[in-house]
Design a protein around this ligand. Structure first.
Ligand code: HEM
Length: 162
């Protein structure tokens, strides 16, 4: 089995999660739209539900773009996978890590759109804010570790070949 064959299931997993995250970005886009127009309505379908979606412009914009960007980054990782300086086990851990990062950051950002005062910038006495904070904490720790490792492995001088 070649290295490319061994990576195929991992790349499919990354491509699938990237696509799903971007799809969710589109779904969040509808929440964003309904928030902006202050009603739930979709031309040319009949009927309008007068309902003001919670959240702020900033919160919806962040979750919309967080999902689209994280999905795109996961696709980028899928494309770069054969070129990253890690063993298959390392690449598997890195792939799971970037997938967990994508979902935690998007879920964290959605809390601010759906619940009041839940931006998750720091822990406080509000449960929904703390869930967002915890999700960001996990996602950011993982992605910073992944980026530092990629930088370290890629930039250090290559060991002499035997
Ligand atoms: C792959 C698909 C999509 C991409 C790449 C995309 C990208 C973007 C970008 C870059 C913005 C500008 C954000 C800003 O600076 O304010 C935006 C805004 C927005 N998107 Fe999307 N979007 C996508 C799909 C959708 C879908 C399916 C909807 C559903 C209706 C949607 C609804 C919105 C709304 C309502 C805004 C705010 C517009 C405004 O501020 O006037 N998007 N989107």
């Amino acid at each position: 089995m070649t290295a490319t064959d061994a990576l195929r299931p991992l790349r499919r997993l990354l491509i699938g999660h990237g696509a799903l995250l971007m799809f969710i970005g589109g779904v969040i886009g509808f929440g964003f739209l309904f928030h902006l127009i202050g009603a739930i309505t979709l031309w040319p379908f009949p009927g309008t539900i007068e309902f003001q979606m919670p959240g702020s412009y900033k919160a919806w914009r962040m979750s919309h773009l967080e999902a689209l960007m994280n999905g795109s980054i996961i696709w980028l990782v899928a494309a770069l996978l054969p070129h990253l300086p890690f063993s298959i086990t390392g690449l598997r851990r890195l792939s799971y890590g970037i997938i967990v990062t994508g979902w935690t950051l998007v879920a964290g950002a959605l809390f601010d759109a759906l619940f009041p005062n839940s931006r998750g910038l720091a822990a406080n006495s509000l449960l929904t804010n703390n869930i967002a904070f915890g999700l960001f904490y996990v996602g950011i720790l993982i992605v910073m570790a992944i980026l530092a490792l990629i930088a370290w492995r890629s930039l250090r001088p290559e060991p002499p070949s035997p």
